[in-house]
Design a protein around this ligand. Structure first.
Ligand SMILES: Nc1ncnc2c1ncn2[C@@H]1O[C@H](COP(=O)(O)OP(=O)(O)OP(=O)(O)O)[C@@H](O)[C@H]1O
Ligand SMILES: [Mg+2]
Length: 383
């Protein structure tokens, strides 16, 4: 992983912050300081800071240890089909012409699998085992006293090829079984897989039979004390000089978006020109609109979302009383997770709204429906 060259100081009125994360950084430190024995699945709701945390941690540790971090962000790769997938994992970029072959005697996607052209050809036509090639690379690094770390971020980007094609699914399952061999069995390399789609992570985990080979770790939004620390000191953390926030303002922001950093940042940027009450009110209305747009006229979506008006989280069994075909229920829950309306936490097997603002959206949406029916609904904040 290459850290970015330091850019020239550019003056911004609002900068990105990095608050706390001591607990998570400690966890990662312990993980890489232990000899590899498990795959780590990092999960957490949309924009909970997984990628930022990984970058921050490895940028720091690369300065202290002989470590070789290969960071593969699947969101930055165009994966339309199986060929793209193979190309990304095994470095088999199609060759254009004979001249290209000369120039690319050694190459590989993200410089990881520096395979010679002959070997690459062997991999492409199935005569050589790509997993064996990957393993050799890990062995080479460890023999040089370097810790290899392979990070696959945004795993959900391959969900469509996983679900729609059995053969492709098989390759991904094989890849995960290879990861088990590399961690639990030969202790060669650390492997971290991250995604905001806890449901898909869980599917891969189950399909690849990863019990007792892998660990889930949740990277969540910031807690209330971190948000207070940030927002009461916005000049220190966000370089904002134009305004300050009072205790009361901070409470209001926490009530609206909780510890969701991206949303806090979004609100901070709106506060340059508008009052806090208006900004937060518009924000909640926007969330109501998102829920209304997503739900449309689909009665089943309403049936699923309505319980979250009162309940914090729900397991599949909790939906037993919802009158709906089981398959339709599962399919819709899946759709809600994919569309970042609900989050599926694989460790507790529960669903809940992605963030506090989503909860507000659900609450305001159902209240507006009740108002339309004419029986109104007393406003109370979501739990
Ligand atoms: N500790 C932090 N303090 C403040 N802001 C943060 C922190 N960590 C991340 N952020 C901000 O939150 C936003 C989301 O971060 P990031 O993209 O790392 O989340 P993610 O969990 O990887 O998202 P996704 O679910 O899309 O993969 C970014 O704008 C980032 O700058
Ligand atoms: Mg990310």
């Amino acid at each position: 992983m290459k850290t970015k060259k330091k850019e020239k100081d550019i003056a911004y009125r609002l900068d990105t912050a990095f608050i706390n994360r001591e607990k998570e950084l400690r966890f990662l430190r312990n993980f890489v300081d232990a000899r590899p024995f498990e795959i780590l699945f990092l999960h957490g709701p949309k924009s909970s800071g997984k990628t930022t945390l990984l970058y921050k941690f490895f940028a720091g540790i690369e300065k202290e240890q002989k470590i070789d971090v290969k960071f593969l962000n699947l969101r930055e790769k165009l994966i339309g089909n199986y060929k793209d997938f193979i190309r990304i994992f095994f470095g088999s970029t199609p060759l254009q012409s004979k001249d290209d072959i000369k120039e690319t005697r050694e190459y590989g996607i993200f410089n990881f699998f520096k395979l010679s052209v002959e070997v690459l050809k062997g991999v492409e036509n199935g005569q050589l085992d790509p997993f064996e090639m990957m393993k050799r690379e890990f062995v080479k690094l460890t023999e040089k006293g370097i810790k290899p770390v392979l990070i696959i971020d945004e795993l959900q980007a391959i969900e469509h090829i996983y679900i729609n094609n059995g053969r492709q699914r098989q390759v991904i399952i094989e890849l995960f079984n290879f990861f088990v061999a590399m961690t639990k069995e030969s202790h060669l390399t650390h492997i971290i897989v991250a995604s905001s789609d806890g449901y898909f992570l869980n599917t891969v985990y189950n399909d690849s039979r990863l019990k007792k080979t892998s660990k889930f770790y949740k990277v969540d939004y910031l807690g209330e004390s971190d948000v207070r620390e940030w927002l009461l000191n916005i000049e220190k953390y966000s370089k904002i000089k134009d305004y300050t926030l009072s205790e009361k303002d901070v409470e209001k922001i926490w009530d609206t978006v909780g510890g969701s950093m991206w949303e806090i940042q979004d609100i901070l940027s709106d506060l340059f020109d508008d009052s806090i009450d208006r900004v937060l009110d518009l924000y909640k209305q926007k969330m109501r609109g998102i829920i209304a747009h997503y739900t449309g006229l689909n009665a089943n979506k309403k049936k699923i979302l309505k319980p979250f008006f009162r309940r914090h989280s729900l397991s599949l069994e909790d939906f037993a009383s919802v009158e709906m075909d089981y398959e339709a229920l599962e399919e819709l829950l899946r759709d809600m997770v994919k569309n970042n309306i609900l989050y599926f936490d694989p460790t507790g097997a529960v669903y809940y709204p992605q963030s506090s603002s989503t909860r507000w959206g659900i609450k305001l949406y159902f209240e507006s429906l009740e108002e339309k029916k004419g029986d109104g609904g007393a406003a109370h904040p979501p739990s």
